[in-house]
Design a protein around this ligand. Structure first.
Ligand code: ADP
Length: 253
């Protein structure tokens, strides 16, 4: 398993119930999973906890063997060290791309490996070129973000995250700023990456995207209420909350 979340509890001060209420799931290496759920289900909190941007009280997050424990179950120094180590194995792609506007597609992908990993330019550039080409951006290597379409920008953002060689790549609503034709570009990119063995976790409201992944987890009230292949979960949901969620999404399709 590359990402194992076990019994995670996160309760914000002043909230009557925990936002994450014993959340558990485990994702085998190299799988492409979508986390789905109504607004307020706890998806963003989950993502922030995995990234170490948010603390949680109890439970564990295991990223490729590095275990982060809750604030009630570990000392601050131990947690800080584990979060730093787990971050080396993680990447995050944002809904709004967050590319550096003054750098070309290639330079966006070269910068972090050279600064954070101290790679030489030739090593960083070789990998960046390979990744951008793999995601169909060979003709756009020297383009600046403002010259790219939304789908192209998101593919550069994905290549930039992959350039740091993460074991687990998280996506926060990667297609929500894109129109339908570009959503498919992004889904095809995720599928291409799937073949490389990186574990991918996509938080999304996009049914088209969810239908194209290997595994879906439905979140509700801070727990996973059902999970499995999209063909099963999205076509024959067991849980009433899943049926309500899918009905509301289908209405907007
Ligand atoms: P989702 O991403 O599924 O829409 P979130 O993880 O953003 O859900 O939020 C779930 C719930 O957690 C929210 O409805 C809110 O009650 C609570 N919450 C999230 N962030 C905070 C915060 N910073 N402070 C207090 N409560 C929060």
């Amino acid at each position: 398993m590359t990402l194992v979340v076990k019994d995670l509890v996160r309760q914000y001060a002043g909230n009557p119930r925990p936002t994450l209420d014993g959340m558990s799931f485990d994702l085998p290496a190299g799988t492409l999973t979508a986390l789905l759920g109504r607004s307020g289900a706890g998806k963003s909190t989950m993502l922030r906890c995995v990234m170490g941007l948010e603390s949680f009280e109890t439970g564990t997050i295991d990223v490729d063997g590095v275990i982060v424990r809750g604030t009630k179950e570990s000392a601050p120094a131990e947690r800080k060290k584990a979060i730093a180590e787990s971050r080396l194995r993680l990447g995050l792609v944002f809904q709004s791309f967050e590319l550096f506007p003054h750098l070309t597609a290639l330079e966006n992908c070269v910068l972090a490996p050279m600064t954070a990993k101290k790679e030489t330019r030739s090593v960083a550039e070789k990998r960046a070129r390979e990744l951008l080409c793999q995601l169909g951006l060979e003709p756009r290597l020297d383009a600046f973000p403002e010259q790219l379409s939304g789908g192209q920008k998101q593919r550069v953002a994905i290549a930039r995250a992959l350039a740091m060689e993460p074991r687990v790549l998280l996506y926060d609503e990667p297609t929500s700023a894109l129109d339908p034709s570009m959503k498919n570009e992004v889904l095809q990119s995720l599928k291409r990456i799937d073949a490389t063995g990186v574990t991918q976790v996509v938080v999304t409201h996009d049914l088209q995207l969810a239908r194209g992944v290997e595994h879906v987890c439905i979140l509700d009230h801070g727990v996973v209420i059902e999970s499995g292949p999209p063909d099963t979960v999205l076509k024959s949901p067991v849980h009433e909350s899943t049926r309500t969620l899918l009905a509301s999404w289908l209405e907007h399709e």
